[in-house]
Design a binder for this molecule. Structure first.
Ligand SMILES: [Zn+2]
Length: 140
């Protein structure tokens, strides 16, 4: 992938790297179509969203990417779901807004922006509660 050529490129697997974690969240409602249980009814969560970003090279300040930059990008990706019913917002008007689908969607939204900073988006984690969460980590 050309955007990463100047970054870790092929040496990624055997290089020292840094993994950054930024966590934020939003409040939202959803319901799960086809689910046999109370989650089929409209309910809300204070979702916790975590982005993991990695890179090998540090800038002149000594950072892979400024935490504040990652947080700003992550908040921009989740802003359309804050205090909304996810089922009313594409693509979740067609696919169920499960934590799994939401994590994959946010990953796909955020990845290009992170790569513009010469880093890689490793995963997006979504927690619906302190006990239940999903981490989406694409292979490859
Ligand atoms: Zn739920």
């Amino acid at each position: 992938m050309p955007a990463l050529a100047g970054w870790c490129g092929l040496r990624f697997r055997d290089s020292t790297m840094f993994q950054l974690t930024v966590t934020t969240g939003f409040s939202g409602a959803h319901y799960l179509k086809g689910y046999d249980g109370p989650c089929a009814r409209l309910h809300g969560h204070n979702f916790r969203v975590e982005a993991r970003v990695s890179g090998c090279d540090l800038d002149s300040v000594g950072m892979v990417v400024d935490f504040k930059v990652i947080k700003k990008l992550l908040k921009a990706a989740i802003s359309r779901f804050d205090h909304q019913v996810s089922n009313e917002i594409p693509p979740f008007d067609e696919i169920n807004p499960t934590a799994e689908n939401l994590a994959r969607y946010l990953y796909d939204q955020l990845r290009p922006a992170i790569e513009e900073y010469g880093a890689r988006l490793d995963s997006i984690g979504i927690w619906e509660t302190d006990s239940y969460g999903v981490v989406y980590t694409p292979g490859g």
